[in-house]
Design a protein around this ligand. Structure first.
Ligand SMILES: Cc1cc2nc3c(=O)[nH]c(=O)nc-3n(C[C@H](O)[C@H](O)[C@H](O)COP(=O)(O)OP(=O)(O)OC[C@H]3O[C@@H](n4cnc5c(N)ncnc54)[C@H](O)[C@@H]3O)c2cc1C
Length: 455
């Protein structure tokens, strides 16, 4: 143990009494008080927050076989984080657990001051270190495939790993499932007919090595699209064409756009009308691309940008992809869709069964004409503790025991939930909601037992 790690251990035990007590009484039939689905930075931070609050019977599972399959190691193909380096993250107020203290510990005193942005590779190492320091075990390679209520305040999780299936019961479930969240990658209809060997989404595993010498089209000009374009160029693609339907590339200002964090903290307390209007405007502005991502591709003479170039049709011809765009027709060896994600629970395999019961934004809010959005409307409509709500009140009250801490919560909470800036207040808010519900349910049960004894 290094000196720094000793300080972390001391602070955790002295300041927070970390992990020392479980304040939730066991109940019959529940394997876990809380099951966290997803062992990325969100799932681990949530388990840490719960343990600090005295809720220790928590399991964290992750479908990915090992830590190298997490988003930062796979889909996040940029060299540096977009999030400003000094932003508060998973440490939840513990100075010894910050990225800064880890970075200075590894790279030397004040090394943090010398970097402008956090290198992605360092963030990955820091997260692994953080998880070890807070002692959160993730059961890797375990996928939740279904979820159902079994009464008495319990949810049954259907799990699968290594060809085996089984069930476990939990009182609370947190879906910390990342950018695909409660939905899936958004693939525009125009691409739906292409075979997988010719087209992938940025969310997919892409064999960039196989793109050497190939002509590649990237649909979309936001951050993930540019990171994929850069990776293809660096892998030796013959040329990469980035397409956007916008009249010009929307580049973020240097240092990024920093929304007021205090405004973000209260986003969910506004009315539906205001929340919808703000999310609609945000979506209409479109995602921007950081200057670093543009600079990364701009050094390549074989990078081409097509603006005002919406794709009207795409077809396969002689093993190539023919793209009929607003600025002309071209053919490519491979197409990458950098077209974001949608959050409709009906498209998420483990939520399909419960999706008809879940309220989505389109079920509770009718936007003014001109402000409709299928993408926003299909996202779940969450309560103030990130809990699912019922489409028809009274039909599935147990939905309140399923909490969403992922991009699926973004229409309700205003910022990309799961991203680093969402952890500082989001995780404590979620932890408070979960502990409150568990303790109140236990008190109600105790009252019922006492009433039974009195009778
Ligand atoms: C190109 C790109 C750039 C980004 N840049 C930034 C940035 O600068 N700053 C920032 O804050 N964020 C950024 N992000 C978002 C980043 O992915 C998240 O901040 C971070 O990974 C979120 O962590 P998470 O734990 O919420 O989700 P993830 O790390 O995605 O973890 C979710 C986990 O859930 C698991 N899972 C899903 N479904 C199931 C299931 N049914 N059963 C079991 N396990 C399941 C998955 O296997 C996965 O490991 C970026 C993302 C991309 C794609």
């Amino acid at each position: 143990m290094t000196n720094h790690e000793q300080i972390v251990a001391d602070e955790l035990s002295r300041q927070f009494g970390y992990g020392a007590a479980n304040h939730i009484a066991p109940i019959d039939g529940a394997d876990h008080d809380v099951a966290v689905i997803g062992g990325g930075q969100s799932g681990v931070t949530i388990a840490y927050g719960l343990r600090r609050a005295g809720v220790t019977n928590v399991t964290v599972i992750d479908a990915a076989a090992d830590e190298s399959k997490l988003a930062w190691q796979t889909r996040a193909r940029m060299r540096t984080l977009r999030t400003p380096k000094a932003i508060s993250g998973p440490e939840l107020g513990n100075p010894a657990l910050t990225f800064r203290s880890w970075y200075d510990g590894v790279h030397g005193a004040n090394a943090f001051d010398a970097i402008r942005l956090i290198p992605t590779s360092d963030w990955i190492e820091y997260l692994a270190w953080f998880r070890r320091q807070v002692g959160i075990e993730v059961r890797r390679g375990v996928r939740m495939t279904d979820i159902e209520p079994v009464g008495e305040g319990r949810l049954r999780l259907h799990l699968a790993a290594h060809g085996k299936t089984w069930t476990e019961d939990a009182r609370k479930v947190v879906l910390a499932t990342g950018v695909s969240g409660t939905g899936a990658p958004h693939v525009p209809d125009v691409l739906s007919g292409l075979p997988r060997h010719l087209a992938r989404h940025t969310a997919d595993d892409i064999d960039f090595g196989a793109l050497q010498g190939k002509s590649v089209a990237v649909l979309g000009a936001a951050a993930s699209a540019y990171d994929a374009a850069a990776t293809a160029l660096e892998a030796g693609a013959a040329d990469v064409h980035v397409y956007t339907r916008r009249p010009e590339l929307v580049v973020a200002p240097v240092g990024g756009v920093r929304p007021n964090p205090l405004v973000q903290d209260v986003f969910h307390l506004q009315g539906d009308e205001q929340r919808w209007a703000q999310r609609w405007q945000h979506a209409a502005r479109g995602a921007n691309v950081p200057p670093e991502s543009v600079e990364r591709v701009a050094v390549f003479p074989n990078y081409h940008l097509h603006v005002a170039a919406e794709w009207a049709a795409v077809s396969e011809h002689d093993g190539r992809v023919v793209v009929d765009a607003a600025d002309g027709t071209r053919s490519f060896d491979f197409v990458i869709a950098g077209t974001g994600y949608q959050q409709d629970p009906a498209t998420r395999p483990e939520l399909v069964a419960i999706a008809p019961l879940v309220a989505r934004w389109s079920d509770v809010h009718s936007p003014a004409p001109g402000f409709e959005s299928e993408l926003l409307g299909s996202a779940p409509y969450l309560g103030s503790g990130y809990e699912l709500t019922e489409r028809d009140p009274g039909t599935a009250p147990w939905l309140r025991d399923i909490h969403v801490f992922s991009i699926g919560a973004s229409v309700s909470f205003g910022l990309p939930v799961g991203d680093i800036p969402s952890l500082r207040t989001g995780v404590p808010r979620l932890v408070e909601a979960i502990t409150r519900d568990l303790v109140l349910a236990d008190l109600r049960r105790t009252d019922q037992v006492a009433a039974g004894i009195r009778r």
